[in-house]
Design a protein around this ligand. Structure first.
Ligand SMILES: [Zn+2]
Length: 95
């Protein structure tokens, strides 16, 4: 399970730093997509974010946990999952 504090992936201006190591930047971009998707308010939309698992063609379904304001996400195929915290108010928060 990926437990991520989204603030750790942002610079002081709230952007994903371009000089971040490639792996970390890819994960940061993935988390940003999930935040954007989870807060779009379109709950009936088909999932369209690709799993980050090796050789997995599954799609990720993100859900906001209202109690804690965290985003829980899980892959429909390999069940890779995670929780994102501290994303509220970032530029990917559409609410
Ligand atoms: Zn997967």
């Amino acid at each position: 399970m990926y437990i991520t504090n989204f603030q750790h992936y942002l610079d002081k201006n709230g952007n994903i730093p371009t000089n971040m190591p490639k792996d970390a930047r890819e994960l940061a971009n993935f988390l940003a997509l999930l935040i954007d998707d989870a807060t779009s308010g379109d709950y009936d939309a088909e999932p369209q974010i690709r799993c980050i698992g090796m050789d997995c063609s599954g799609l990720i379904v993100p859900t906001i946990i209202e109690d804690t304001n965290e985003i829980y996400w899980v892959c429909t195929e390999c069940k890779t999952n995670g929780v994102i915290s501290n994303w509220v108010g970032t530029k990917w928060d559409n609410r």
